[in-house]
Ligand binder design. Sequence first.
Ligand SMILES: [Zn+2]
Length: 134
Amino acid sequence: MHELVIVSGIIEAVSNLARKENKKILRFTVAVGELASFDRALIEELLNEVKKGSILEDTQVDVEVEKADVLCKSCESTWGFSDLIEPLGENEKEMIHFLPELVSSFSRCPKCGGRDLEIRSGRGIRVSYVEFEE
Ligand SMILES: [Zn+2]
């Protein structure tokens, strides 16, 4: 299972951080990109499962959605992915849902009208916050 590999990697990385800092971690947050093809509920369930028996057993873990940003390569403006596709029709939105790269076919930069749009974030998964015990 793809998600299990990713979650195991996250737990290992955060555990290593705790060991390196020699501090207990009270809580951490995992940000899942809005365009990432992960099941967020499953990620949360697995995080809580995998940390059992590890040094993070008592650590609180939160999962949040990270918004995707789109860069216009013509004028270097950055736009929220969901704001860019908001004015589109339902059919286009559905296609973009399955193939986010299509944003550059259906949307234009609101500032310069350019179509050279590139998705810069919101496709991955990362640890966005770690709180150590003082
Ligand atoms: Zn532009």
